[in-house]
Design a protein around this ligand. Structure first.
Ligand SMILES: [Zn+2]
Length: 384
């Protein structure tokens, strides 16, 4: 049993440091660095990831039972209990006995009672249900969850079948991939092995990576006749993350699979298109990426509800209103057009809007614009 207050904790354990993330207090040992080999995994870079999960759950406002399959220090599960108003229960799991110890200590710091080894349908009393199992076993032995968070260090692929099998009808699946070098084209063979698709190595690589990750998750769900529709997606320097809504049914699943196609890109003129084939001609042979998901990356009304705090979620709310596949990068196009200048941001936005098209900045690139304006017209604006 550990003491409930931070200063007492420090008194008992002088090599610990206290941190606050959101409403959660956490005790971490001083030597902890971000590594897979750590006894207990806490990654400060993932704060934004957890913030967005909480905004999303609160924007949905649904009575979901949460399963956190690799809880690490417990920070996500504790924040869900403290910061999400509507969730039904939180059940956390970690395979590491050190993580279990840390989760219990951190729960005590936050006044959260821990119940070990139980799964519950409903638990409104802000208790944490805690398990010490392989993540896949934890899922398969459960009765299922309304929200499952797959947030591993590396690729999420090995956890997708059990997560998809235990995801409730109407539930939410959240998936993180930190192996962005595979998804965004640095390691072509790793992308093929893990994600069964070909990436692209240019300014569109993060969007292509997200769409490859989405398709991979959808394929895992399809064997259970479950259709995963992305409702929120984003990519940062260190990871990609997608939230899906799960619907059950053969027809709905078939409809999802029909949206798996290729993206073809011409690196001479910057033109790109969606195709059922993995080759095509423009100025010369086009590069092909995919198969990948060509449907929505966001539910625009959900993205709107999550906006308002400034930063990434606000950019995405605007971006979600322009549901294009791919975007134009002004640096890339200005270089292809051999322009001596790059047009200013506000000038581009107002010129595209006054021509009657939708336009928004994208969070995926500092110089990227989503628009329904054709490439040739967009180039005229850049050259003017
Ligand atoms: Zn071309």
């Amino acid at each position: 049993m550990c003491p409930p207050y931070g200063f007492l904790y420090l008194f008992y354990k002088p090599n610990a440091i206290m941190i606050q993330e959101g409403m959660a207090k956490l005790a971490l040992s001083k030597e902890e660095k971000i590594s897979k080999k750590l006894p207990v995994f806490y990654n400060p870079i993932m704060k934004l990831n957890r913030d967005i999960s909480i905004f999303l759950l609160n924007a949905l406002g649904e009575d979901l039972s949460v399963g956190d399959i690799m809880a690490g220090s417990g920070v996500r599960a504790i924040r869900f209990l403290l910061e999400c108003e509507n969730i039904a229960s939180v059940t956390a799991n970690d395979m590491s006995i050190n993580a279990i110890k840390s989760i219990k200590e951190n729960c005590a710091l936050n006044g959260i009672e821990v119940i070990e080894g139980e799964y519950a349908e409903s638990n409104k009393t802000k208790k944490l249900l805690l398990h010490n199992k392989d993540a896949r076993m934890f899922l398969l032995e459960s009765g299922g969850f309304g929200y499952i968070d797959v947030d591993p260090f590396g690729s999420p692929c090995q956890f997708l079948p059990s997560a998809c099998e235990r995801l409730a009808r109407g539930g939410i699946l959240a998936v993180t991939a930190t192996d962005t070098s595979a998804l965004s084209g640095t390691y072509l063979s790793a992308c093929r092995r893990k994600y069964w698709s070909n990436p692209l190595r240019n300014h569109l690589m993060h969007e292509v990576g997200l769409r490859i990750l989405i398709r991979r998750c959808q394929l895992s769900a399809s064997q259970y006749d479950k259709a995963l529709l992305p409702i929120y997606s984003f990519s940062t320097d260190h990871y990609m993350r997608v939230f899906f809504r799960c619907e059950k049914g053969k027809k709905k699943t078939d409809d999802i699979l029909k949206e798996h196609r290729y993206l073809l890109y011409c690196n001479k003129c910057g033109h790109f298109e969606i195709s059922d084939k993995n080759d095509g001609e423009c100025c010369s042979a086009m590069q092909a990426a995919g198969p990948l998901w060509v449907g929505q990356l966001w539910d625009a009304s959900l993205a709107e509800k999550m906006a308002g705090s400034g930063g990434l979620m606000d950019i995405i709310a605007e971006e979600a209103k322009v549901p294009s596949i791919g975007f134009f990068d002004v640096h890339v196009l200005s270089k292809l057009m051999k322009l001596g200048h790059v047009k200013r941001n506000d000038a581009i936005l107002s010129a595209v809007k006054s021509a009657g098209y939708k336009v928004a900045r994208t969070h995926l690139s500092q110089s990227g614009y989503r628009t329904d304006m054709p490439l040739d017209e967009f180039k005229k604006i850049l050259g003017a």
